[in-house]
Every structure is written in structure tokens, then in C-alpha cells.
Ligand binder design. Structure first.
Ligand SMILES: N[C@@H](CCC(=O)N[C@@H](CS)C(=O)NCC(=O)O)C(=O)O
Length: 222
């Protein structure tokens, strides 16, 4: 049984999607972002990313964290590679080259796509979105999105000829940019691939869990 410390409205979605995809047993131990917890709830038994007990084990104070027996890992994308290698079965990489190519796309996503995609997600939710900043981040994404578009024009998936962990990691990173549908529609192969990824039953199960979680965590009543 893999334990994910985190909550549904966090990057734990990446891990939950994968675990659902491969059918490996998991459970969630709830830890929420400190800024989502109502002040009244902080002293009321809600574990959050600034709770002393959580920080004592993970000074970075971020979720998700994974526990698998004696193995503790943070970093959602690294967790997914660990789970794939150890429990992926037929879903796991078939060779060292596939494994390395998968890691290549995961790192490309984390370094070239995630910063601006995340910024776009935050900027789009602002009461008065800053159009100049939004434009700057869309420009920064142009080159990495052209790279993805080229790859996805040539094949259905990022690695080999089947859906894999690189697709989950990249799709979850790109989801941050969903608030900019006009930008994504300039990359039709990428947009079609994202829709295909998100149409998978395992994504849908994860998404139902995420949607069931309130944005603000109130104090416990019992
Ligand atoms: N690169 C890390 C980022 C982790 C991260 O920033 N998580 C957010 C939630 S999605 C968090 O814990 N924020 C709470 C905080 O900073 O206190 C990963 O992929 O796991």
C-alpha cells in the first residue's frame, strides 16, 4: 500500500492518476497547503505544509510526499518514476532507453513548461488579470510547445508507441495552462493528445476526487 501525503487539489493528482492507471493500492493521508487552511482550522487538528510534525520530516514543506514501506519521497514527478519502475508491470518502461527518454520529457516538462504554465494558472485567476504578464508567459511557452507539437505530430505518445508515465507527467504539467485555451489551440496535435490523456478512465477517477475537495479547508467540526 502506497501512502500519499497531500490532498486532491495539489500535485498529488499526478501520483493518484498513475496509481489508478496501474491499479496499485494507495491511500491518502491528508496534508493541505497551509494557505488553504482557514486560520481557525490551523490549531484544530488539520495537518498542513507548515505543521511542525510535517516540517520535521520534510523541511521543504511541500506536498505530495510518498511513503512505500521504508521509502519516503517528495517531488511528484520523481514519485511517479519510482512507482512506474517498481509497480508499473506492463506499464513500466521496456528498456533503459525508454526509461531515460521518459525522464527526458519529465525534466523538460518540469524545467521548460511548468514555470510559465503555473504562472498562467495563477495569473488567470487574479481578480484583474495582468495581460502583459500573461502575454510574456505565453511567449515563453511558445518554444517548448512547438517542441511537443513536433513530437506529437509524429506519434501518438511521448515515449514508444504507448501511453506512459511521461504522458501523465507532461499532461498534468500542461493542465496548468488549461486556462489559456486559445494558446493551446495553436498546437492542435498537443491539444488532441491532452484531450486523449484526460479522457482515460484513471484520469477521470482522479478528477472526480479532486473536484470533490473544497478549495478552502474549514475547521473540523467533530
Ligand atoms: N516540485 C514539487 C512542487 C511541490 C509543491 O510546490 N507543492 C505545493 C502544492 S501543489 C505545495 O506543497 N504548496 C504548499 C506550500 O508551499 O506551503 C513537486 O512536484 O512535488
Amino acid at each position: 500500500m502506497i501512502v500519499i501525503y497531500g490532498c486532491y487539489r495539489s500535485r498529488a493528482t499526478r501520483n493518484i492518476w498513475l496509481l489508478e492507471e496501474i491499479g496499485h493500492p494507495w491511500r491518502l493521508e491528508r496534508v493541505v497547503q497551509h494557505y488553504r487552511v482557514a486560520a481557525s482550522a490551523r490549531e484544530n487538528g488539520i495537518v498542513h505544509t507548515r505543521s511542525a510534525a510535517f516540517l520535521a520530516r520534510f523541511p521543504a514543506g511541500t506536498i505530495p510526499v510518498m511513503q512505500d514501506g521504508d521509502v519516503w519521497l517528495s517531488e511528484s514527478l520523481a514519485i511517479n518514476h519510482y512507482v512506474t519502475r517498481n509497480y508499473g508491470g506492463a506499464f513500466a518502461h521496456h528498456s533503459d532507453a525508454e526509461d531515460a527518454t521518459s525522464m527526458q520529457w519529465t525534466l523538460f516538462g518540469a524545467t521548460s513548461v511548468e514555470p510559465s504554465a503555473l504562472a498562467l494558472s495563477v495569473l488567470s485567476q487574479a481578480a484583474t488579470p495582468d495581460a502583459t504578464e500573461i502575454d510574456a508567459h505565453e511567449r515563453r511557452l511558445d518554444r517548448p510547445l512547438r517542441v511537443l507539437e513536433t513530437v506529437l505530430e509524429r506519434g501518438d505518445w511521448l515515449v514508444g508507441d504507448r501511453f506512459g508515465v511521461a504522458d501523465i507527467n507532461m499532461a498534468e504539467i500542461l493542465r496548468f495552462a488549461a486556462s489559456r485555451p486559445d494558446m493551446l489551440s495553436r498546437f492542435p496535435a498537443t491539444a488532441a493528445w491532452l484531450a486523449k490523456c484526460q479522457g482515460r478512465p484513471a484520469f477521470q477517477r482522479m478528477w472526480a476526487l479532486r473536484s470533490s475537495e473544497p478549495a478552502e479547508i474549514a475547521a473540523r467540526t467533530s
